[in-house]
Write a protein that binds this ligand. Structure first.
Ligand SMILES: [Fe+2]
Length: 171
């Protein structure tokens, strides 16, 4: 998996205006793939909390696309930060999860550190700006101890819309 693979799975990347930001988003995904030693990532489920066929890539795109739709209705949010934050919010799942004989399970690292923190670490490592790293760190319950930015509020809610609707499939 290389740069062009990341561009292919996430067409939203083309909408990021700042070329440096676009590149750091790609670098973060490639670094997480490398660190998690993934041979392929297209079949990783977006969560292990519920039975779901929804993949991490589908979920990441759905959250990013819905956050972009919300952001288009406002003039007080930064669209580049929204797209980068949406595309990266769950990148830490490449460290939290691993493939095993029994399917996808939590990795040893994932038992110690959840994806918001793992993803924040990768983002900072590859030079993702703090406004975007904040979205990764704060998108889930970990974010309840900080004041979320406008962009982080949008990603947080779009993430839970997708999660709650996927959860309905269980009932
Ligand atoms: Fe998510």
């Amino acid at each position: 998996m290389n740069q062009s693979y990341i561009n292919k799975i996430f067409p939203e990347l083309r909408k990021i205006k700042d070329p440096t930001l676009r590149q750091t988003v790609i670098s973060a995904w490639l670094r997480a793939i490398e660190k998690g030693r993934w041979k392929r990532i297209d079949d990783i489920p977006f969560t292990l909390l519920i039975e779901t066929k929804r993949s991490l890539i589908e979920h990441t795109r759905a959250v990013t696309d819905s956050a972009m739709a919300v952001a288009r209705l406002r003039d007080d949010v930064d669209m580049d930060i929204i797209i980068a934050g949406g595309l990266l919010h769950d990148v830490g799942k490449l460290l939290e999860y691993m493939r095993s004989d029994k399917g996808f399970v939590k990795s040893p690292a994932g038992k110690l550190v959840r994806h918001p923190i793992a993803g924040y670490g990768i983002a900072v490592e590859v030079g993702v700006p703090l406004e975007v790293a904040h979205i990764i760190a704060a998108h889930s319950v970990e974010g309840e101890k900080v004041i979320r930015s406008r962009e982080a509020i949008i990603i947080h809610h779009c993430d839970f819309i997708d999660f709650e609707i996927a959860r309905l499939a269980q009932y």
